[in-house]
Write a new protein. Structure first.
Length: 123
């Protein structure tokens, strides 16, 4: 594990290309931009089952979700990802597919629809 510090976007993209997986154990994530960047880069993700992370990480599809206080569970899933190249490839393909559904125009369109439905009293 290496703590890198602040990077510019091109450096982040290059770094993601060097990774086998992305791990985010944070129990507090509203809309995790770094996780979205990771799945857009095709990385399998091991994440805490908290906040908005389950919207990006679909357990058993593009990574694993683990309870925030389950340190043994995190270690176990890290071992699975480290040892299973075929599973990482499967998760990688699914990460890219999931990331497409979270692009800015689609997200803005969904937000606009929600806003309009609230405005009209439909919700």
């Amino acid at each position: 594990m290496t703590f890198i510090g602040s990077l510019k976007e091109p450096e982040i993209i290059e770094l993601y290309r060097e990774l086998d997986c992305f791990i985010i154990p944070s129990p507090v994530e509203s809309q995790s931009i770094v996780t979205l960047q990771a799945i857009a880069s095709g990385l399998p993700v091991l994440a805490a089952n908290a906040g908005a992370l389950p919207e990006l990480v679909h357990d058993g599809k593009n990574g694993f979700l683990v309870k925030t206080d389950d340190f043994e569970g995190f270690a176990q899933k890290m071992n699975v990802l480290a040892k299973d190249v075929v599973l990482r490839r499967k998760f990688s393909v699914e990460s890219r597919r999931i990331s497409i559904t979270h692009d800015k125009p689609k997200a803005l369109h969904k937000l606009e629809k929600l806003y309009l439905s609230l405005q009209s009293g439909a919700v």
